[in-house]
Design a protein around this ligand. Structure first.
Ligand code: KIV
Ligand code: ZN
Length: 517
């Protein structure tokens, strides 16, 4: 491993799959506008490739990939396809308008998958690889081939598969640890084996795609880099199928902070990591665990007295990187109730939101409303307003009025006024607590029979007057939607989040989708 480190720094290609594998996280869902927003943030972050989706999987996914392809300029926009000609044609249709389109085709190679899932022989798999990669190559030059479940595959067969892929025109071969099974040393050995046994490997990129079932995804990815991989596949906040994928922020910061041992670098602007993390958490409804490396709420918090003492004397005693280096703590106090529309427009542009006049007016109206109740408005508050006012699904239900009575002796009661498809209705109801009263009343008024899978409250910025942000996940049969609401009053935020999730469930029904794309 050491020899690799002493050579001149080598660039590692960052292949972000937040919009594809990340979206496969249970409960994660993004609509097209949100996918575009995340893709643009990934571009600002400086990733090299964005896997935008799996176009054949649903019309919604196709449209989302197509929209991302039209918006993103610098990174390669990749569409995923199985080896069938139909998948590949559909993926190409979705990415072809991109400035830099790419295709990614995959088939499983392990004995387990061949026997139980594919019911194919090794020869049939080799033929499928050849046909698929050739078909992709006819469409474009950026072609990745993945051997799904590579880490549980027969090594010699893997070599045959990758030889075939390279001969057929792949410019990247990917070694996925699909089930998060491998270990750092074992993966180092596997990547080294592939690197020495596959013909023509020096002319292509070796990629790795690690899942986190044993919590080893980052370690395995770094180990693969040390063995010669030049591309890593990862997601913001490590979201993804089951226990998730290797986390982008962990890999990038490990290479960055420990450049004394790892002689590699990425093109990522690390100060954009935290904004990307917040955005992905917001649009997917998957909150980041407080102790998550790099982006968790406690990642830079010092609790023990001895630690605080040392930190105050010199922050390097307990801090190996600064919060500023990953974009935390840069939130600036921007405005208050005297700020005008022009100042808001400038701030929105600085935050990367180029909105139309109508959208700015909507954001401004809400901004003024909040500024009347909250003294200081921060960037994070403005972003929450933009999410709710601009990037939301068209409303069937609108919360017009909410009044709650609760306390140590009162029976929690909610009086709610809703507009349902233009008609105003009002009702009151009780609950075990104030949130329960709000939810029961709204559910009774709308007749929506959905199950509340998840409810969480967090504070967007500090202080008791901070905007409270509520996230809920609602399930109606096989459909799951996420809803957000923010308000200085967390009960109002709760009502808004529920209504938002109901609107999104309605949207899924109209699009005939099981998740919100
Ligand atoms: O985990 C996996 O094997 C995948 C492939 C499609 C690369 O996501
Ligand atoms: Zn995966």
């Amino acid at each position: 491993m050491r020899e690799e480190m002493r050579q001149t720094p080598k660039k590692i290609i960052i292949f972000d799959t937040t919009l594809r594998d990340g979206e496969q996280s249970p409960g994660a869902s993004m609509n097209i506008a949100e996918k575009i927003l995340v893709a643009k943030q990934l571009e600002t972050l400086g990733v090299d490739k964005i896997e935008a989706g799996f176009p054949v999987s649903s019309p919604g996914d196709f449209d989302a990939v197509k929209a991302v392809a039209a918006e993103v300029k610098k990174p390669i926009v990749v569409g995923l396809a199985r080896t069938s000609q139909e998948d590949i044609a559909r993926a190409w249709d979705a990415v072809k308008e991109a400035d830099r389109p790419g295709l990614h085709t995959f088939i499983a190679t392990s004995d387990i998958h061949l026997k139980y899932k594919l019911r194919m022989t090794k020869d049939q798999v080799l033929k499928a690889v050849e046909d698929a990669v050739k078909a992709c190559h006819e469409y474009c030059s950026s072609v990745e081939f993945s051997a799904e479940d590579a880490t549980r595959s027969d090594k010699e067969f893997l070599v045959d598969v990758f030889n075939t892929a390279i001969l057929s025109g792949a410019d990247t071969i990917n070694i996925p640890d699909t089930v998060g099974y491998t270990t750092p040393q074992e993966f180092f050995d596997l990547v080294s084996y592939i690197r020495t046994q596959v013909t023509g490997i020096e002319d292509v990129d070796i990629s790795v795609h690690c899942h986190n079932d044993l919590g080893l995804a980052t370690a395995n990815s770094i180990s693969a880099i040390l063995a010669g991989a030049s591309q890593v596949e990862c997601t913001i906040n490590g979201i993804g199928e089951r226990a998730g994928n290797a986390s982008l922020e962990e890999i990038v910061m490990a290479l960055n902070v420990r450049k004394d041992v790892y002689n590699f670098y990425s093109g990522v602007d690390t100060t954009q990591i935290y904004p990307a993390s917040r955005l992905v958490s917001h649009v997917t409804g998957i909150s980041v665990q407080p102790n998550k490396a790099i982006v968790g709420a406690n990642a830079f918090a010092h609790e023990a007295g001895i630690h605080q003492d040392g930190y105050l004397k010199d922050r390097t005693t307990y801090e190996i990187m600064t919060p500023e280096s990953v974009g935390i703590g840069q939130s600036s106090l921007v405005m208050g109730k005297h700020s005008g529309k022009h100042a808001l427009k400038n701030r929105l542009e600085a935050l990367g939101y180029n909105l139309t006049d109508t959208e700015i007016s909507k954001v401004f109206k809400r901004f003024k409303d909040i500024a009347d109740r909250k003294k200081d408005i921060y960037d994070e508050d403005i972003e929450a307003i933009v999410m709710e006012e601009v990037y939301r699904i068209p409303d069937k239900y609108r919360l017009k009025y909410l009044n709650i009575t609760s306390g140590t002796v009162a029976v929690p009661t909610a009086t709610v006024q809703l507009e349902i498809e233009g008609e105003v209705v009002q009702a009151a109801g009780f609950g075990n607590g104030p949130v329960d009263a709000v939810y029961k009343t709204i559910i009774q008024m709308t007749g929506v029979r959905a199950r509340l899978l998840h409810f969480s409250v967090s504070s967007i910025t500090g202080g008791t007057d901070a905007l409270g942000e509520v996230t809920v996940n609602l399930q109606d049969k096989n459909r799951i939607a996420v809803g957000h609401g923010s308000d200085p009053d967390i009960l109002v935020a709760s009502g808004k989040a529920l209504v938002n999730a109901m609107n999104r469930l309605e949207f899924l029904k109209t699009k005939d989708l099981s998740v919100d794309k």
